[in-house]
Ligand binder design. Structure first.
Ligand SMILES: [Zn+2]
Length: 274
């Protein structure tokens, strides 16, 4: 699932290319993926509108289609935007495309997991996932005191608390592994057992990890914004490889079908042995 670094790069890449451009073609072979609250037929309604400046709300990208429409996309696990010349072969699994004079913005999704809404600006508050998420993990973020205050309502393991998006929006399974490795805190530690120093380390690691990763993704992803760039990560999905900090073999388990990767030496404790 794309997280802040991926989404920041996708957003900036598309803003340089499609902001201000008119939608001159629209195809939606699988229009049902788009929950349209603004018009009965999304693909007809969108023609002639102009892309405004794309913004990011947590893990959602918001595409203004001026005047008075927004396409709000949460790519979830398998959604992808592809930006390409119209002559480029249309892949199977394309749900819709919005064409400008010289390019296609295509939405692909191998397992139909993305959540896409097409709304008027005054309908934005009807998208429940946007109401449920916490403040952005990067954009403005929260102060350290607010971070601690917000954490008090959660009792579970720190990985789950951070990855759910209610505490802070825009981070998930991959970057929470990276943040906790940077902070030297085990993903399985219960929130209540974390010391003041450890809480501070986690808080400080969030913008550091996200900013550094954004720079790497910015160098490696464009123009293939439909490809996920994750090979540079320190621990996430690096089970069996040496920890870049201490050389210990990185551990990996998959509780609830979500991979967690961590270094038992740098991030000790928290895991109940079975
Ligand atoms: Zn280590």
């Amino acid at each position: 699932m794309p997280e802040i670094p991926d989404l920041e790069v996708i957003k900036d890449f598309l803003n340089e290319r499609i902001a201000g451009q008119e939608v001159v073609r629209a195809e939606a072979p699988k229009a049902w993926i788009v929950r349209s609250l603004a018009a009965e037929h999304f693909e007809q309604d969108v023609i002639g509108r102009r892309f405004g400046t794309i913004t990011r709300l947590g893990k959602d990208l918001v595409f203004p289609l001026d005047p008075d429409r927004l396409l709000v996309a949460n790519l979830m696990l398998t959604g992808r935007f592809q930006y390409t010349e119209p002559s480029h072969r249309v892949p199977k699994g394309m749900f819709f495309l919005l064409g400008t004079a010289d390019a296609d913005l295509r939405y692909l999704d191998s397992r139909s997991m993305g959540r896409i809404h097409y709304v008027r600006p005054d309908q934005l508050d009807q998208i429940q996932r946007l109401q449920d998420q916490g403040p952005d993990a990067l954009d403005g973020g929260v102060t350290y005191e607010e971070f601690k205050q917000r954490l008090r309502s959660y009792t579970g393991e720190i990985k789950g608390v951070l990855a759910r998006g209610k505490l802070l929006a825009g981070i998930g399974n991959a970057y929470v592994d990276e943040i906790l490795w940077e902070a030297r805190v085990s993903p399985f530690r219960k929130r209540k057992t974390l010391t003041e120093d450890e809480l501070r380390q986690v808080y400080d690691a969030i913008p550091k990890v996200l900013r550094e990763a954004t720079e790497v993704v910015r160098r490696e992803m464009p123009p293939n914004i439909h490809i996920k760039v994750r090979d540079f990560l320190s621990v996430h999905r690096k089970g069996g490889e040496p920890c870049p900090r201490c050389g210990t073999t990185i551990s990996e388990i998959t509780p609830n079908q979500r991979i967690t990767s961590w270094c038992r030496t740098c991030q000790p404790g928290g895991l109940i042995k079975n």
